[in-house]
Write a protein that binds this ligand. Structure first.
Ligand code: HEM
Length: 196
């Protein structure tokens, strides 16, 4: 739970400083890249070790996925959509130290799901930059980004399996499953509403 608790401050920051993030997104990306690169190089330094925790990354991606689950003209969707791209890009960047620090060729089923999620997200991450998005074209971009549903599912399976198998944090596993079910219900509700 302490991991996805970041969702609350992220949403509050988006409400109050979303425009600022949107306007200066390049500075945010650059800062994130510098901090992440430092953490990968100086992984033994305690300050940077905190970045190997996936908490911030998974929370950012949860906000991104829920944005698409809210109804089209809802206040929540309008507020979050403004910075959805920025949150997704930052989420991917800040997950890199977690991936690097846990990288291993040793087989572990949970690691497979995490790696697949990260791999599927790679083209989505790259194509989130406006220049690439323009090159791909709107329709192809939209089709490509449908892969995000698959990536979110794998991400939740990974986190849930780690909680069950590795950390034996069963309550945390239930929370992950619960959050994912809420997402599915909202998405389904949204879909039915749009189709009506
Ligand atoms: C979308 C990408 C990913 C997300 C959102 C994610 C998220 C998480 C979360 C929430 C945990 C639980 C942390 C804990 O309870 O201590 C975790 C643990 C872990 N992840 Fe990931 N992960 C991702 C990708 C990866 C990848 C690509 C790998 C390996 C190549 C990986 C390897 C691990 C390992 C080994 C642990 C257990 C760490 C421990 O023993 O404390 N993850 N991840």
């Amino acid at each position: 739970m302490d991991y996805i608790i970041f969702v609350i401050p992220i949403v509050l920051l988006v409400i109050y400083f979303g425009d600022f993030l949107h306007k200066y997104h390049n500075y945010f990306y650059l800062s994130a890249i510098i901090i992440v690169a430092s953490s990968v190089v100086f992984m033994d330094v305690a300050l940077f070790q905190t970045l190997t925790s996936p908490g911030l990354g998974i929370s950012l991606l949860i906000v991104v996925m829920f944005t698409g689950a809210f109804k089209k003209k809802s206040k929540q969707r309008i507020t979050l959509t403004k910075v959805r791209k920025e949150l997704a890009i930052l989420g991917y960047i800040v997950l890199i130290p977690h991936v690097v620090s846990n990288f291993s060729f040793e087989f572990h089923v949970a690691r497979i799901f995490g790696s697949l999620a990260m791999l599927i997200m790679l083209p989505l991450f790259i194509s989130s930059f406006p220049y690439i998005k323009k090159k791909i074209g709107r329709e192809r971009w939209k089709k490509l980004h449908k892969l995000s549903y698959f990536a979110y599912t794998l991400m939740f399976i990974h986190a849930t399996l780690i909680a069950i198998i590795v950390t034996k944090a069963y309550v945390i596993a239930i929370i992950y499953i619960f959050v994912f079910c809420i997402y599915l219900i909202l998405k389904l509700n949204n879909y039915v509403f749009v189709r009506k």
